[in-house]
Ligand binder design. Structure first.
Ligand SMILES: Nc1ncnc2c1ncn2[C@@H]1O[C@H](COP(=O)(O)OP(=O)(O)OP(=O)(O)O)[C@@H](O)[C@H]1O
Ligand SMILES: O=C(O)c1ccc[n+]([C@@H]2O[C@H](COP(=O)([O-])O)[C@@H](O)[C@H]2O)c1
Length: 204
């Protein structure tokens, strides 16, 4: 099986997360996309909604797509920050016969290339990545500029995908719209929109 692992805080999950996941699955012929919410104990980013709420919204959002799955591995790890390097080691043990890819936007490729991620060298040398274009980022140049990325670019490691549309809906924007009394209804699944209202999430 070909499996993509899509990590994010999903705070909340948005229609762009779903659209990018399905576009990548289609373009790269993935059998499965695993939605991997990051822990609220993450050191670099504190989610606004509790783990249980972010998980509940992902479940609602992916319910009708048989290719989409949720994996709460990072939420259940007790250590402070669960780095992607360790997460990928876990998934390789769990799916030893499958072809695994970490799915991410080009902004994260730049960060990894700049040495900002933990265990960057091992992460890159031992894994494969599907990288989605983002406005203003030249992915080929980002690889060429970074010795870490360039030295492991064997043609298979970084699968670059131009989604064809620079659609940007950020979780931050949705949270801010809720907080200022705006109307972000069609930027996320209706079920999640209702869940946020019912539980009073993201109010200022
Ligand atoms: N429009 C997009 N195009 C390509 N990649 C994207 C896009 N939006 C998010 N990503 C990628 O999806 C992953 C998760 O992104 P994340 O959820 O942090 O973005 P976000 O919705 O903008 O959230 P936040 O506003 O909380 O930072 C990252 O790898 C990011 O690069
Ligand atoms: O391992 C790291 O050092 C690392 C640093 C920053 C981000 N990540 C992972 O990248 C994914 C997307 O992160 P973000 O910041 O866009 O929510 C998520 O799965 C994070 O755990 C991982």
């Amino acid at each position: 099986m070909k499996i993509g692992i899509y990590g994010s805080s999903f705070d909340p999950v948005t229609n762009v997360h779903l659209w990018t996941a399905s576009t990548i699955a289609h373009r790269k012929r993935l059998d499965k996309v695993i939605f991997l919410p990051s822990s609220s104990r993450r050191l670099d980013k504190s989610p606004h909604a509790a783990d249980e709420h972010r998980v509940a919204m992902i479940k609602l959002a992916i319910a009708d797509n048989p290719k989409f799955e949720l994996d709460c591995y990072e939420l259940n790890v007790l250590a402070g920050m669960q780095y992607t390097y360790y997460t990928m080691e876990y998934f390789k043990q769990r799916y030893p016969a499958d072809d695994l890819y970490f799915i991410m936007g080009a902004d994260l490729l730049v960060d990894i290339g700049a040495g900002k991620w933990s265990h960057g060298e091992e992460l890159v040398s031992k894994n494969k990545f599907i990288v989605m274009a983002r406005n203003g980022i030249d992915m080929l140049a980002a690889i060429a500029k970074s010795p870490l990325l360039r030295n492991h670019d064997d043609g298979d490691r970084f699968q670059l995908v131009d989604k064809g549309l620079a659609m940007e809906i950020s979780s931050t924007y949705i949270r801010e719209e809720f907080a200022r009394g705006g109307e972000p209804r069609y930027l996320l699944p209706d079920s999640c929109y209702r869940y946020i209202a019912e539980h009073g999430l993201y109010r200022s």
